[in-house]
Each structure stands twice: as C-alpha cells, then as structure tokens.
Write a protein that binds this ligand. Structure first.
Ligand code: SF4
Length: 75
C-alpha cells in the first residue's frame, strides 16, 4: 500500500499540500504547520497509508513541497 511520510518539524506551512490534496492535508490552527490527515506519529515523523486513487495528487504534493518534507513510499 502507498504510504505518505511527513517530516513535520521542518514544514514551513506554505499550504501547497493543502491546495493540491485537501482531503489528506490541512494546516494546523495551533502551529501553522501541515497536518497529515490519518497520520500516526513516531518521533515527530507522521505516516499514513493512503488509497491508490490518492497517489497521483500526492505525488504532485511531494513535488510541490518547497522544503521536501513529504515522501511517498510503496508506489
Ligand atoms: S507543502 Fe510542505 S512545507 Fe508546505 S505546508 Fe505542506 S508539508 Fe509544509
């Protein structure tokens, strides 16, 4: 299964991921950084298994993130 990985500490809250895949990403009102919806945290890194029909838009998210803090594995 495809898996998104978000190295959240280095997120700059630019909103690009939210604009592309709004059902998987949102911006936290608390700290202004992106939240990976459905993500499970381990030592500050969030991971979420996604559906295959989410892969294409999240590949664009990976490309768009200006600080390269999103990875997509298993595709
Ligand atoms: S695109 Fe990257 S830097 Fe911008 S909000 Fe999303 S995770 Fe953060």
């Amino acid at each position: 299964m495809p898996k998104l990985i978000h190295y959240r500490q280095r997120c700059i809250g630019c909103n690009a991921c939210v604009e592309i895949a709004f059902d998987r990403w949102r911006i936290s009102k608390k700290d202004g950084k992106a939240v990976l919806i459905g993500g499970i945290e381990k030592k500050g890194v969030f991971q979420a298994t996604i559906r295959y029909d989410e892969v294409e838009e999240n590949l664009r998210v990976v490309e768009a993130c200006p600080v390269n803090v999103i990875k997509l594995d298993g595709v």
